[in-house]
Design a protein around this ligand. Structure first.
Ligand code: GLN
Length: 556
């Protein structure tokens, strides 16, 4: 059956695969390659995952890392975070392929009768459908370059159809229009103290068996790859030695594009793909320099506490950590992260005061469910009363409202409906289910998701921080501040004994949904229903994070 979409004759394709072991940073490597081209060209990333979930939205963050939410509401793999931060693009959910999505499309086509009575097979139907997605996206986006990252490690069965689809694509688009980049690992075994190339050779050979001959091999290693080893890898992998690139360990992921560029990858890509795209890296390098300088010889060191329950895997808060880094680079600061397990605060194993000793700023990030929630509320009470700069994100904002209602407005039984259970009745549901969420049965892609406009009140701190009264941020939630209690909470303590006031300074454009809250009589107490970390980048740090660290810097 003829493909509906074909090669447009213009787009160049870069296909990134990984070998030897997982966890080498293929997403960062792919994004870094894209970053080098993106100053002159439109680079569109596509991520291919082998798993059967339709998207990562229903996966536990401790298993899969954070869910990265796109402007169009897509719930994606955290690699999309790297792409947006490195490529300066607003990604679309369509650019995230999972085997679950592919099979869903195949079965829908089969039921519609699109296959006209033919047997539906892995080859050609699955591979054709994957290829079609590549061509369609290239076409619709008018992409100069499509950057395809194939998840997993060469040899994984579940990714074979993606590999075969890219092999066919490369054959179809012809010379100078596609290039394969393979990321491998060069170990230096202790005792031997020598860079070892065999795993790389074997991994490239595995790719060769699948009909793919990579033009560039990036070798992740704790050191720069020695020139004799580049020669050796080149000889056994059919490459010029200078196409073997050192993917040396770096302190900050933002150094990667600079390392790759210095290793000559931009020129190799320009030559192989016949494009002219010298990278523009001046501002980027300056900010990376600031990060590195502060690691060695800090102007000032600040400790930022992140208080949550998914602490087993730092990747659950990947974008929050990045956003802290971005703001630190601009403020010429060294920031250290201090993890606070809110379940330990809740159980009384440790007090908020002890947990936050020496901390200059506190973040309560997004979260779900009732576990550890009282610990978060206790942390919020402590930072409010002790005037520690604070940023509450999503659940962090909802719980700030609960804390204020309980401890300032005298509504002792205040809570969120999310914590209600048979033996825990919430007397004042100051956080309630969004009306649009009331009749939803399915879990996947059903929250209030994606980019929404936020209208900011004039002369608020939010207006000052953003320098604008109309912004757009990204959301992922089912609950909201209960509109019934807004007036009462804003009125605060009727006796006037406690003079802090809570003020909702940001609202949704067309609905009565509270989006930003702030407190008076506090150096920096800001909380938002959205996730500002998702739009932060090295060049444009998220204003709420920048404001938090600036307040902490001024206070210390
Ligand atoms: N659990 C809360 C809600 O669904 C907060 C979500 C979040 O923090 N992302 O509204």
């Amino acid at each position: 059956m003829a493909l509906k979409y074909k090669y447009n004759g213009k787009t160049k394709f870069i296909i990134v695969t990984g070998g030897v072991i997982s966890g080498l940073g293929k997403g960062v490597a792919a994004a870094s390659i894209g970053a080098l081209l993106s100053s002159k060209m439109k680079v569109v990333p596509i991520k291919c995952d082998g798993y059967l979930n339709t998207d990562p939205g229903t996966m536990n963050p401790t298993e899969h890392g954070e869910v990265f939410v796109l402007d169009d509401g897509g719930e994606c793999d955290m690699d999309f975070g790297h792409y947006e931060r490195f490529l300066n693009v607003t990604a679309k959910k369509d650019w995230s392929l999972t085997m679950g999505r592919i099979f869903k499309m195949i079965l829908e086509k089969e039921r519609r009768g699109d296959y006209l009575g033919h047997t539906v097979q892995f080859i050609p139907h699955v591979t054709d459908l994957i290829k079609e997605q590549f061509y369609r996206i290239a076409d619709q986006e008018k992409a100069d370059v499509v950057l395809i990252e194939i998840g997993g490690t060469i040899g994984d069965l579940e990714n074979q159809f993606y590999i075969e689809a890219t092999r066919q694509l490369s054959h179809e688009v012809g010379n100078h229009n596609s290039v394969f980049v393979h990321l491998t690992y060069v170990p230096i075994p202790s005792g031997v103290n020598e860079q070892k190339s065999k795993p790389t050779q074997m991994s490239v050979r595995d790719l060769n068996r699948l009909g793919i001959y990579p033009e560039i091999v990036i070798c992740r290693c704790e050191e720069y790859i020695k020139s004799h080893l580049k020669e050796k890898i080149g000889l056994f992998c059919n490459l010029p030695a200078d196409h073997v690139i050192s993917g040396v360990d770096v302190q900050h992921v933002y150094e990667c594009p600079l390392v790759f560029d210095a290793e000559g990858i931009s020129e190799i890509l320009s030559k192989t793909l016949s494009i002219y795209a010298p990278p523009k890296l001046e501002q980027w390098s300056k900010l990376v320099e600031a990060l590195k300088r502060n690691q060695v010889n800090p102007r000032k060191t600040l400790t930022v506490a992140i208080c949550g329950k998914y602490l087993a895997l730092e990747d659950s808060y990947a974008s929050v950590i990045e956003a802290i880094s971005h703001a630190s680079a601009h403020l010429d600061l060294c920031t250290k992260i201090h993890w606070v397990d809110t379940e330990k605060i809740e159980s009384g194993a440790i007090s908020a005061e002890t947990a936050l000793k020496g901390v200059s700023a506190v973040i309560v990030p997004g979260g779900f469910g009732s576990r550890g929630i009282e610990g978060k509320i206790e942390i919020i009470r402590y930072v409010r009363e002790n005037k520690i700069p604070f940023l509450g994100i999503c659940y962090g904002m909802q719980l700030s409202v609960v804390e204020f209602a309980r401890n300032v407005c005298g509504m002792k039984g205040a809570g969120t409906i999310e914590m209600e259970s048979e033996n825990n009745h919430v007397e004042f549901p100051v956080i309630d289910l969004l009306p649009s969420q009331k009749n939803i049965q399915e879990m996947g892609a059903t929250m209030r998701l994606g980019g929404h406009d936020v209208i900011i009140k004039d002369s608020s701190r939010a207006a000052e921080i953003y320098g604008s009264l109309a912004i757009r941020e990204r959301f992922r939630h089912r609950y909201e501040v209960n509109p019934k209690y807004v007036l009462q909470i804003e009125k605060g303590d009727i006796s006037g004994a406690k003079s802090q006031k809570l003020f909702f300074s940001g609202k949704a454009a067309n609905e009565e949904i509270m989006q930003i809250m702030e407190l008076s009589e506090h150096p920096y107490f800001m909380a938002c229903q959205f996730h500002p970390e998702l739009k932060s980048s090295l060049i444009h740090p998220a204003p709420l994070f920048f404001g938090l660290l600036k307040a902490a810097d001024e206070k210390k």
